[in-house]
Write a protein that binds this ligand. Structure first.
Ligand code: SF4
Ligand code: SF4
Length: 75
């Protein structure tokens, strides 16, 4: 099951992006900011291979879920 970045909890540090082995974490095309005022990336759920590297790298508790909840990713 693909992972999810919870857009409104993410703090945009992007530690998750370089550790993804399939390069499926992307920035939205627009300069969207979340409720905390941060830009946030999202996970392409069609490409995610469920490895967990992003969750291990993320310093923000609750920003990445080991579950597919696309309604929590604002793109
Ligand atoms: S999901 Fe975590 S590591 Fe990735 S940008 Fe958001 S806060 Fe940073
Ligand atoms: S679980 Fe693995 S493949 Fe999926 S987004 Fe995170 S690092 Fe990338």
């Amino acid at each position: 099951m693909p992972y999810t970045i919870v857009s409104d909890i993410c703090e945009g540090a992007a530690d998750c992006i370089p550790v993804c082995p399939v390069d499926c974490i992307h920035w939205p095309d627009t300069e969207l900011k979340n409720d905390k005022g941060f830009k946030y990336p999202y996970i392409d759920m069609d490409t995610c291979i469920d490895c967990g590297a992003c969750l291990a790298a993320c310093p923000v508790e609750g920003a990445i879920l080991d579950d597919a909840q696309p309604e929590l990713q604002k793109i």
